[in-house]
Design a protein around this ligand. Structure first.
Ligand code: ATP
Ligand code: MG
Length: 394
């Protein structure tokens, strides 16, 4: 029965003079996301409200699922829009609405009318009273509860009249793109896709970089990262993924440096290369899935050692999260199943049996001097040969 959705947004409503920028971005992002569906949708803004009208056959569930992935949406209200054909006709339509949406009338309700158009002949209080009376008369089982009703029936008198009572929660956050962009270090693990999702939710467009080490890491491990990127892109929109061949750099570090420092040194090179691409693509920061104490390379000392090579801010949204909390988000955003596929990533292959957990930055830097002969060339080569993959939402 629904052919329209009223889109509620929360935080972007408080952006003062820049409000229209946020609204326009949200309208644009909704259009982009709905483009992937069958069906013709009209997305538009009018008097501080965003609507999605459906102008063809469509799949209700699929459309709602799609809107639930658009950051910036606080609530999705399927709305019945009717013309103003007088109060009697409105009453009839309201009764029909309730009858269809709530087959079981054993519920409490409250009418909440709003007159955005003051030339409507009856004021809000009167509308509440009259509609309330008609509803009680039509459905004997239904009861009024003005404090905590099961059904809060909104009747908004605008050019058209909006009737709605269902608010499906949206993802919240801010429209992607309104906060600039950042470069996600995306591995095949559980954490980094969640980290990308979280930062993007604050309005940040995402690009990504993945380091692989063929033939030590398989084609399937790479495909897994591509699949994960597509799952993240279902929320963030298209992602430009760089796939960097890291093998020669890793082998060279392995040959020249103490093995217990491998992971830290490797991660420092990942950060350096990621930052190169971030600058090239106009990103304002890096994103990782790191969390204090999760593994040896994520003690505070290790994080400090890794961080030291970066000149850009590094966003680590999971820094204080327990693993289970990260897993819960991964399950909710549907990246978990892919993340736990058992393909090796490059960090696990060259990992030492007893990696340092309290790296001394001076010692690490000294070890890195052993790489002087070839490392610049190898890094340049890795950057030059990186593969570029345009990830579309999956
Ligand atoms: P994840 O589940 O995200 O892989 P993790 O618990 O396995 O995290 P690490 O392997 O120490 O942790 O990696 C920490 C962070 O470094 C990752 O969250 C990711 O942002 C980045 N990272 C690690 N390996 C790679 C890789 N091969 N390519 C790109 N980024 C990586
Ligand atoms: Mg990992």
């Amino acid at each position: 029965m629904f052919k329209s959705f009223l889109i509620k947004y929360a935080e972007i409503g408080i952006k003062g003079r820049n409000r229209y920028l946020f609204e326009d971005a949200l309208v644009g992002n909704i259009r982009l996301m709905l483009d992937a569906l069958e069906g013709k949708f009209r997305v538009y803004k009018t008097s501080g409200r965003i609507y999605v009208d459906v102008e063809s056959d469509f799949d209700y569930e699929e459309t709602v699922a799609c809107l639930k992935r658009v950051f910036g949406i606080a609530g999705i209200c399927p709305v019945l829009q009717v013309e103003d054909n007088g109060f009697e006709e409105l009453t009839r339509e309201v009764l029909e609405y309730l009858d269809k949406v709530y087959p079981d009338k054993n519920k409490t309700f409250k009418v909440q009318a709003r007159r955005a158009r003051k030339n409507y002949p009856i004021d809000s209080m009167e509308i509440n009273r009259k509609l309330g009376g008609a509803i009680l008369e039509a459905f004997p089982e239904i009861k009024v509860d003005v404090h905590a009703p099961d059904i809060l029936l909104n009747v908004e008198i605008r050019e058209m009249i909006n009737i709605y009572s269902i608010i499906i929660p949206g993802p919240g956050g801010m429209p992607v793109g309104t906060a600039g962009s950042a470069m996600l270090l995306l591995s095949g693990g559980i954490d980094s896709p969640v980290a990308g999702y979280m930062i993007s939710k604050r309005g940040v467009r995402i690009d990504a970089v993945y380091f692989h080490a063929p033939p030590y890491t398989s084609e399937r491990a790479k495909q897994k990262v591509v699949d994960l990127a597509a799952k993240v892109a279902a929320y963030t929109g298209p992602i430009n993924l760089k796939v960097v061949n890291f093998t020669d750099i890793q082998l060279y570090i392995y040959e020249k440096c103490p093995h217990d420092e491998l992971t830290i040194i490797m991660r420092r090179y990942m950060m350096r290369i990621a930052e190169h691409f971030a600058k090239e693509q106009g990103c304002l920061g890096l994103i990782t899935g790191e969390s204090i104490g999760q593994v040896a390379s994520q003690t505070m000392k290790s994080l400090a050692a890794t961080n030291e090579v970066c000149t850009m801010p590094v966003y680590r949204p999971l820094i204080a999260f327990d693993k289970q909390d990260i897993v819960d988000i991964a399950l909710r955003i549907d990246t978990y199943e892919t993340s736990i596929l058992p393909y090796e990533d490059c960090c696990t292959i060259f990992v030492a049996k007893h990696p340092v957990t309290k790296p001394n930055l001076n010692i690490i830097k000294k070890s890195e001097t052993r790489l002087e002969e070839k490392i610049t060339g190898l890094v340049d080569e890795a950057i030059r040969t990186a593969e570029n993959i345009e990830i579309i939402p999956g």
